[in-house]
Design a binder for this molecule. Structure first.
Ligand code: ZN
Length: 870
């Protein structure tokens, strides 16, 4: 998509919208104040799905010229206005247009949308909302819809008198305009002028709303929800929002720049950071303390803090172009975690950021970045090919999680205070304007005195990340570190391994010594003098890289015979790196059996998030060995059960919403793991029977889905009935996904049929999760791969994203040579647009197959020796 010419720049918009909500159309007028930067004979603006009724140009002399026709370019989503004469650089001109547009159905469409919902009495009602990021503003009014065309905006909206209209700014006036009897009363709501803003942050919300308000800060903070949507459950999140705003004002040393902040809970919506008017799905703002699982609560808090961070990072200072989207998103992610950690230190939220989660529905953070960034063909954090019409490709774990991980690494390298000082300088310097990655490095260099740009450029401009290969010299008392790219593939070409990263080593060299956060490896290879029994690299798992120690060092860490005491973050890193290394193409000194040794010698009393990491790795080993041998599968199961049983709290099922959040999460984790082997079958059946006997609160939301999973083979029909009948979307998801864990052939077929059956209330995302659940057992993985091939030509209306997910899911268990041949020949028959999904799947399967071939025999010996082969 073409960029607009830079010949004119907008300084202000006057926008007047008249909405016909019954007819789902609107009529508008806009006056665009333009500064002429270069001589020009035409003006180009963005407009999409708008019909321009009239156009005139008003010169600063007062002369008005009517322009009879404008030229539409629907591909570029622009209109070109030919001018009778020339505009000269340095002059000002006013462009007036009137236009018509339509309100569309809620979905992925940008612009004005309607959202249908049911109120408490079951009546169908409608709310209306705009969705402008990245290119929706052009569907509302003709504008220069690129992030660096910032301008002020004064708007007026005319709507039915009984509805509420919310926008970025506070209301200047609200006047009833029609008062004849029998005519629908209308009101004209005028909003105060915004500061200079990018168009993608503009927002209008209309509907029948309740609100609740906090006056704790200098400006009002409100939560709005559609009437009847349990506004009483908003109080906790409203509290979090005011706390977070207060913290951000201190951290950034800048007051919140608008006169109010509204948080709008809309049925069936994601989260969008519109300036002063943030939109959320109801699940992020209206949380019933009695029935909300700890994880959902944490997710809501984190999302809220992320969107509030955007009010500064993104909204006040905006990336110059979408190629720097990571500046917005990664920073909001980092700042969100930073503030959550300040507000709830007991959550250990940075540990939560680092540790992977075996729950297929969980968000992946740090390790999501490491995982995606180890595949060939991945994009870099800074993306020169970014285009706003292909933005979905950019909203991924690289932009968010790799970016946030890099900021976390950099903040520790510079020192958090120095880092925050640099951020303050950056925000102040570029407030109400735009900035680039380079601008951020300049501000951080000014606060730290270090050449931040040189340190960071390989990290942000190249795809991938390094692994540090460590060799020890016992006689010299040295370690030699050598960096190479880490790729989760079967081979690596020399050209893929040419980058030299500046790697912050976070090196500890003495038992109780300080960590040297400023040590940097900036060459391929370097030798360091250390006390071999007391050193540790990447302490706290701060860096975005992996470390490959000699086997004796890993064993010393595992048996705790080295002098270094490892933090929970260190354990997570050690386990995660070990798994990544043994399953990769690298020639490493460690095998799967060595990793199992490490897990078996694991010290008791560890943080549950370390266990979460262990169970994640277990799930990966299980997946790789799913088709290898039933002996290994059985042995893996008994080892898993052994670890679960010896660490599960006795009263794991007695979890309540009054337990501290980490306790709820720990119990949920162990319940989930124990439930896999029939270990908690009796208690699960009892709880489920209580639910069926009418005891509505029998299943605490933290363990609800794990109870369903534990009893699914016996209670399939009852659980399917719950999924179909419930009004609660969380219960529906929990029940529906559980069906995938049933492993008898008949039930597997029932589950697969549900994926393509019409008239079921399940979303594409829920169907994908169910398919993922099927991959956790041998029979399900086998059946779903056959199902994918059989149904391929019958998917019909299933969208492309969903089909690509189906491919990734149904091939995630493949790991034998026979299966690979089958997948390769099937891939030849699919349409080009799905070829990439298959190529990635086959690459993953090849890597797993090599891993299994390398390590299977050694594992059998290990299981035999430790008594897990019955
Ligand atoms: Zn964001």
């Amino acid at each position: 998509m073409m960029r607009l010419p830079r010949s004119v720049r907008p300084s202000h918009y006057d926008l007047d919208l008249n909405l016909d909500l019954n007819g789902l159309t609107f009529q508008g007028e806009v006056a665009v104040h333009l500064d002429v930067c270069q001589q020009t004979t035409s003006i180009v603006l963005h407009a999409k799905d708008l019909e321009i009724a009239a156009t005139e140009i008003v010169h600063s002399s007062g002369d008005t010229v009517h322009i009879p026709t404008v030229h539409y370019d629907s591909d570029q989503q622009t209109i070109t206005i030919p001018l009778p004469g020339q505009l000269t650089a340095g002059s000002k001109v006013l462009l007036r247009q009137s236009f018509h547009g339509t309100i569309k159905e809620n979905g992925r469409t940008p612009g004005f949308q309607w959202i249908d919902y049911k109120n408490a009495n079951g009546e169908c009602l409608r709310a209306y909302s705009t969705s402008c990021e990245p290119i929706g503003a052009r569907c509302i009014f003709p504008c220069l819809d690129e992030p660096d065309f910032k301008a002020t905006l004064s708007s007026t909206v005319t709507i039915n008198q009984d509805l509420t209209c919310i926008s970025n700014m506070d209301i200047r006036s609200s006047v009833v305009t029609k008062s004849e009897p029998g005519v629908q009363l209308l009101k004209r709501v005028a909003f105060n002028t915004t500061p200079r803003t990018s168009t993608y942050l503009i927002c209008f919300i209309i509907g029948d709303f309740d609100f609740t308000e906090s006056k704790k800060l200098k400006f009002p903070v409100r939560v709005y929800a559609v009437r009847g949507a349990k506004i009483q459950h908003a109080s906790k999140m409203l509290d979090v929002a005011t706390q977070a705003l207060d913290l951000f004002e201190h951290i950034f040393n800048l007051e919140y720049p608008l006169p109010k902040l509204d948080l709008i809970a809309l049925p069936d919506s994601g989260a969008l950071e519109n300036w002063g008017c943030i939109v959320f799905g109801e699940r992020f703002l209206l949380l019933d303390p009695e029935t909300t699982a700890a994880k959902s609560w944490q997710m809501a808090v984190e999302t809220l803090c992320h969107e509030i961070a955007h009010q500064w990072f993104g909204n006040l200072v905006t990336m110059g172009w979408w190629d720097d989207l990571w500046l917005n998103e990664a920073f909001a992610e980092w700042a969100g975690f930073y503030v959550v950690d300040k507000m709830f230190p007991e959550w250990r939220y940075w540990l939560h950021f680092v540790a992977a989660d075996p729950d297929p529905e969980a968000m992946a953070f740090y390790q999501g970045a490491l995982d995606l960034d180890s595949t060939p063909g991945c994009h870099a954090v800074y993306n020169p090919n970014a285009s706003p019409d292909r933005m979905h490709e950019l909203f991924d774990n690289i932009t968010y999680m790799k970016g946030a991980s890099l900021l976390r690494m950099l903040s520790r390298f510079l020192g958090t205070d120095v880092f925050i000082n640099g951020i303050r300088g950056y925000l102040k310097l570029h407030a109400f304007a735009n900035a680039t990655t380079h601008d951020l490095w300049v501000s951080l260099a000014a606060s730290s005195g270090r050449d931040v740009s040189s340190v960071m450029q390989t990290w942000t401009k190249c795809a991938g990340y390094p692994v540090l290969l460590v060799s020890e010299d016992v006689i010299e008392g040295t370690v030699t570190l050598e960096q190479h790219r880490y790729l989760q593939a079967i081979t690596m070409e020399p050209k893929e391994d040419q980058n030299i990263y500046h790697i912050p080593l976070n090196l500890k060299t003495e038992p109780d010594g300080e960590v040297d956060n400023s040590a940097l490896l900036a060459s391929r290879k370097q030798k360091y003098s250390v006390d071999l029994e007391s050193y540790k690299l990447n302490v706290g798992q701060i860096g975005l890289y992996r470390v490959c120690y000699p086997l004796c060092r890993i064993q010393a860490f595992g048996k705790q015979t080295s002098n270094v005491s490892l933090s929970a973050e260190d354990w997570v890193g050690l386990i995660s790196d070990s798994h990544a290394l043994i399953s990769s193409c690298l020639d490493v000194p460690m095998t799967t059996a060595d990793l199992l040794d490490l897990l078996l010698s694991f010290p008791v009393g560890q943080h549950f998030l370390v266990w979460r990491q262990i169970f994640f790795v277990f799930a990966k080993i299980w997946q790789a060995f799913l088709f290898s041998s039933s002996r290994i599968r059985t042995a893996l199961q008994s080892l898993h059960l052994h670890l679960v049983v010896s660490n599960t709290p006795e009263d794991v099922w007695r979890v309540t919403s009054k337990d501290p959040i980490p306790v709820q999460n720990a119990k949920a984790l162990f319940y989930a793991q124990g439930g896999k082997h029939g270990h908690l079958k009796a208690v699960s059946s009892k709880l489920f029977d209580e639910l069926m006997a009418g005891e509505k609160n029998a299943l605490n939301p933290n363990i609800r889905k794990h109870v369903f999973q534990a009893v699914i083979n016996d209670r399939y029909e009852s659980i399917l009935a719950i999924a179909r009948k419930t009004q609660d979307p969380e219960i529906r998801t929990d029940a529906f996904i559980s069906l995938g864990y049933a492993d008898s052939p008949t039930l597997i077929q029932r589950s697969l049929e549900l994926l393509t059956q019409d008239g079921e209330p399940f979303s594409p995302l829920e169907k994908w999760f169910l398919l993922n659940a099927l991959q956790t057992h041998h029979a399900g993985a086998d059946a779903s791969w056959k199902w994918l091939k059989e149904k391929w030509n019958k998917f019909g209306r299933v969208d492309r994203v969903t089909i690509s997910r189906y491919v990734a899911s149904c091939t995630s268990g493949l790991s034998s040579a026979l299966q690979l041949d089958d997948a390769r020949s099937f891939a030849l028959s699919v349409e080009d647009k799905f070829r990439k999904a298959f190529e990635e799947a086959i690459e993953g399967a090849e890597a797993r197959m090599n891993w299994v071939e390398r390590d299977r025999a050694g594992m059998e010996v290990w299981f035999e020796r430790h008594g897990f082969l019955a």
